[in-house]
Design a protein around this ligand. Structure first.
Ligand code: GTP
Ligand code: MG
Length: 675
């Protein structure tokens, strides 16, 4: 059965169509209009310039066609869950039937970890997405900042600077590793970026620099293929009948003690994933410790500390099959101290169940503006790109299955979810009781719930839209966990394949050590498997690499499409409702996929209008709650990163301080890469 993990996030898609012009205070010169060449088409939603061969936007998934509107896009999300192993564990493999807690790489259970979580409202999300910010392609240092923004955003690229950077980039791929590491990079790795670059350089004047300048710089004549133009090999694409069930990564989130683990455990038991014998054992042990009511939760809460405290601390991963899906359950901690762990798991979700405690006072506590994790979790998962949600209104037995209570919760929480950007049509409300087994996998038997005529929880899960996977893109797998077996000299990187595919014998570039390794074997759900594809949570056993060069927070990528390694970044951020203001010089925890670093806010370049995304003020001194802004941060150590427009999962960030998520954002520009 289950086991535990930590993961990373996803932004999202509901971009409204805004006026994408930029307005800078007072007497600013309006930005120049970009000219579009025929070889690209501009997404009317997110403004990304797509190659003409793309039938939908590479960034937000909007179809290329006259019927574009806000409601027609299929958000491309990759989900995932690893078949992880705790980093504490060296080489054990956990089967589907085992409950395993995976400690996430860098996030530990302490409240100092951060996340990539994020936030909120539709319009806020839109803001984050509808502005492409970045300086001219040639300029990559902070000096360019505000003064050159206008030009940089829309404008002109100095080709000479591109050429210069090209060279330095070539070198950089060989030296992207942390100090003291040996690099074993073959030529292909140093030229890989060049790949994408060329087509981009040819369109330099057409594209939004924020997203592409870096790759333009890497352009290398003759090696030019963009990620969009990448042609996958046949084996990389799944054959139709190959998997009868689509994998659905399902994050179970919600306020502390709302019943997430109990609900997950009960569901697994009802679906045969926990045997009667195991359940009996949990019941007995829980009773002995005076925690009888936690018996089902114990299936997920495995550690002694979790059981003793009666709270989940790390994400537990479990599996069950519904009619349509192979569901990967990510049971998240609800306690505020473990929000970072919740984030690492939930960031890989395709869909989510938000568990609410219907009891009097408990629902209200979750909705508390400053302490309620119902609010924080809802904001975070929406910002990860999750837009399909089931609200499981649990503990209905505690309110006598009252329809009035259920309706009140819908009305209050529904308004909040709308403000987070969830569409009413993508949210299902299910009244249930995990403890009394009402409405989980069959219609409620308690007459007090006879007023409810909707689907049960399992049917609602089957009603989720299947996630979209990026099978045809170059490989990207953020490393969540590393398993080393020193005795056998083996090292495995665990994580969710966000894009592309791997199989035994594949060459992969391991970042940030910039080392090429060969895939020795793969495991999925603790079983050997020949191929891992986007969406799969796998353990990739590597040959030809020193185990010290594989680390959580790193990334496995295609040797021709290396991802960047940088510490100076430009971000577009939204400060969350109720959060403390961000000032120039603020020290924050910076979270990006599975990495966390201390960060300093080096510059606040612009304040953005929260409705339109337009620049309303240059160089403000601080960013207040609910304000959006363009900032530059300098991290203590470099992280593997991509601009959001190139790779969502490597371009979403969360800023935290004092145990709270204060802002969410996206990487709009890599100001300076590590050489
Ligand atoms: P964290 O992971 O620590 O945030 O908690 P959780 O949301 O996983 O809650 P958990 O499953 O540990 O349950 C907390 C308490 O709520 C336990 O005592 C459960 O027995 C109780 N509980 C869970 N579901 C129900 C329910 O349907 N009705 C009632 N009355 N109690 C429930
Ligand atoms: Mg729990």
């Amino acid at each position: 059965m289950p086991r535990k993990v930590n993961y990373g996030p996803d932004y999202d898609d509901n971009y409204d169509e805004y006026d994408y012009g930029y307005e800078v205070d007072e007497n600013e010169t309006p930005p120049q209009k970009e000219t579009i060449k025929h070889s690209v088409w501009r997404c009317s939603i997110c403004t990304y310039d797509n190659d003409e061969t793309m039938s939908s936007c590479d960034i937000c998934g909007v179809l290329h066609g006259p019927l574009l509107n806000n409601s027609i896009y299929d958000k491309k999300r990759t989900a995932n869950i690893f078949d992880l192993k705790s980093s504490r564990v060296s080489s054990t493999v956990v089967g589907r039937d085992e409950a395993v807690k995976v400690s996430s790489m860098r996030s530990d259970s302490s409240n100092q970890s951060t996340e990539k979580g994020k936030h909120n409202r539709l319009d806020e999300i839109n803001i984050l997405k509808n502005i492409e910010v970045g300086p001219p392609a040639g300029s990559r240092t902070s000096d360019n900042c505000s003064a050159s923004v206008q030009e940089g955003w829309l404008g002109h690229v100095d080709e000479s600077s591109v050429a210069v950077n090209l060279q330095s980039r070539g070198k950089s791929s060989l030296s992207l590793m942390p100090k003291e590491r040996n690099v074993m990079v073959d030529d292909s790795s140093s030229s890989r970026n060049g790949g994408e670059a060329n087509s981009l350089t040819s369109n330099l004047e057409n594209i939004s620099f924020a997203a592409k300048s870096r790759h333009s710089n890497d352009a290398k004549p003759g090696r030019a293929i963009s990620r969009a133009q990448y042609k996958p090999e046949k084996w990389m694409l799944p054959e139709k009948a190959e998997h009868s069930l689509t994998q659905l990564n399902l994050a179970i989130v919600g306020h502390v003690d709302s019943g997430k683990s109990t609900l997950s455990g009960r569901l697994l038991h009802l679906l045969g994933r926990i045997s009667q014998k195991e359940m009996h054992k949990y019941e007995k042990e829980a009773k002995l410790q005076g925690k009888g009511s936690f018996a089902y939760a114990w299936a997920l809460d495995e550690s002694a500390e979790e059981r003793e405290r009666g709270i989940t601390m790390t994400v537990a991963v479990a599996y069950f099959d519904s009619k349509r899906y192979h569901v990967v359950v990510l049971d998240s901690p609800g306690h505020k101290d473990f929000v970072p762990n919740m984030i690492t798991g939930a960031t890989q979700a395709d869909a989510s169940i938000l568990v609410i405690d219907a009891s009097i006072g408990s629902f209200e506590a979750g909705m508390d503006g400053t302490k309620g994790q119902t609010r924080e979790h809802a904001q975070l998962i929406r910002s990860f790109g999750v837009d399909q949600l089931i609200v499981a209104v649990n503990k209905m037995d505690a309110v006598d299955y009252s329809k009035e209570r259920f309706d009140l919760i819908i009305s209050q929480l529904g308004a909040f979810l709308r403000s987070c950007g969830f569409k009413d049509s993508s949210v299902s409300w299910i009244p249930l009781s995990a403890v009394e087994n009402q409405n989980l996998v069959s219609a409620p038997s308690d007459f007090r719930l006879s007023w409810y005529l909707g689907p049960n929880l399992l049917d609602a899960i089957d009603s989720f839209q299947p996630p979209t996977r990026e099978f045809s893109k170059p490989l990207i797998m953020p490393i969540c966990d590393v398993i080393k077996s020193p005795s056998q000299g083996q090292v495995s990187a665990c994580g969710k394949l966000e894009a592309g595919a791997v199989r035994s014998g594949s060459k992969v570039l391991v970042m940030p050590s910039a080392t090429i390794a060969t895939v020795r074997s793969l495991e999925r759900d603790s079983q050997a498997c020949p191929i891992g594809r986007a969406g799969d949570n796998i353990a990739v056993s590597l040959n030809g690499i020193d185990g010290n060069h594989v680390m959580a927070g790193g990334v496995l990528c295609h040797p021709d499409f290396p991802i960047a390694f940088a510490k100076h970044l430009e971000l577009k951020v939204l400060v969350l409702d109720g959060a403390t203001p961000i000032l120039i010089g603020s020290q924050l925890e910076f979270h990006i996929h599975h990495a966390k670093e201390a960060a300093r806010v080096a510059r606040i370049s612009f304040l953005l209008d929260s409705k339109t995304g337009k620049v309303v003020k240059k160089a403000p001194r601080c960013i207040l709650a609910k304000q959006s802004a363009v900032v530059e941060v300098i991290l203590q150590e470099a992280v593997c990163v991509e601009e959001f427009s190139k790779c969502k999962v490597l371009g979403r960030v969360f800023l935290r301080t004092l145990g709270r998520t204060v802002a969410v954002g996206i990487v709009t520009r890599i100001v300076e890469e590590q050489q």
